[in-house]
Design a protein around this ligand. Sequence first.
Ligand SMILES: C[C@@]1(CC(=O)O)C2=NC(=C\c3[nH]c(c(CCC(=O)O)c3CC(=O)O)Cc3[nH]c(c(CC(=O)O)c3CCC(=O)O)/C=C3\N/C(=C\2)[C@@H](CCC(=O)O)[C@]3(C)CC(=O)O)/[C@H]1CCC(=O)O
Ligand SMILES: NC(=O)c1ccc[n+]([C@@H]2O[C@H](COP(=O)([O-])OP(=O)(O)OC[C@H]3O[C@@H](n4cnc5c(N)ncnc54)[C@H](O)[C@@H]3O)[C@@H](O)[C@H]2O)c1
Length: 247
Amino acid sequence: MSMSMSMYSISLRIRGRRCCVIGGGRVAERKVEGLLKAGGEVLVISPELTARLREWHARGKIEVRLRPYCEGDLQGAVLVFAATDDPAVNAAVCAEAEQRGIWVNDAADPQRSTFHVPAVLRRGGLQIAVSTSGAGPLLARKIRDELAEQYDEGYEDFVRLLAQLRQRLKELDLDEHIRHASYKRWIADRRRLIDWLKERDMGREPEGELQDLVQELLEQMLAAPLPERTHGASGAEAEQQQEESRR
Ligand SMILES: C[C@@]1(CC(=O)O)C2=NC(=C\c3[nH]c(c(CCC(=O)O)c3CC(=O)O)Cc3[nH]c(c(CC(=O)O)c3CCC(=O)O)/C=C3\N/C(=C\2)[C@@H](CCC(=O)O)[C@]3(C)CC(=O)O)/[C@H]1CCC(=O)O
Ligand SMILES: NC(=O)c1ccc[n+]([C@@H]2O[C@H](COP(=O)([O-])OP(=O)(O)OC[C@H]3O[C@@H](n4cnc5c(N)ncnc54)[C@H](O)[C@@H]3O)[C@@H](O)[C@H]2O)c1
């Protein structure tokens, strides 16, 4: 486990970039689903496909080569998934990827993989990725499912709102302390804001309505007295004090 203990987590922008998936079974299907959600250009190479992969192909969502993997298939890919049930084929795919300098995931060999796929909770712009570094993927899935209750669908609209609030806040030429304090207050108050968004059914509101809410919140913020700057306390301590005074 020592090697996989030191994995490094990032979020990749794969929209419009080629991602190769070798194999067309259940595992390949799950990886393809995640790639499509992020707008990847998916190429699947496999003599057989699951029903869903066939359907995605028929609807033009993925490209397919209905044959076994051949050396050279990985040309132009930024990410590669070796997801066949044949360890020798997966090993050959990994070798070509390594030789080309492409990140590769071997579905059956965490140590050989140069990246792992986490279990992901998606709430629009908010994504919570859970990884056990290969120790137990089912634990990752379980934790993701538990987090899904705490971080409910309401977060999708909240992160949209937050993005706009932050943008408008940057445009107002405010003192940095005030800017940070307001921003932190919205985060601390998120449950109330999420319920408020739910009441207004923001999911169906046009973008213009969200702008009105943003305006309302900014006006509230400018009208309300801001938390006192805590003299003598470090940034972290001041933050802690603010948190406590809110409870
Ligand atoms: C999180 C998730 C993401 C995803 O795949 O999208 C994911 N596996 C998921 C499910 C799952 N995996 C397995 C089962 C069957 C039950 C079981 O055996 O436990 C199920 C359940 C099912 O299939 O329903 C078995 C399994 N998985 C790996 C091996 C090889 C080995 O460990 O040696 C074996 C044994 C194969 C065998 O023995 O034949 C390896 C990997 N699996 C990873 C990720 C990476 C580590 C992530 C981490 O540690 O957190 C890593 C290293 C590589 C990778 O694939 O990236 C996804 C759940 C999330 C979701 O559902 O959305
Ligand atoms: N990482 C994970 O999350 C995870 C989860 C479960 C299982 N696994 C492992 O992943 C592997 C695949 O599991 P599965 O359930 O998808 O298997 P599966 O039997 O459903 O699918 C295997 C696929 O590989 C294809 N294939 C076989 N030889 C090929 C070749 N030469 N070129 C291209 N494609 C080829 C087959 O056509 C088939 O579509 C297994 O080794 C399993 O142990 C990994």
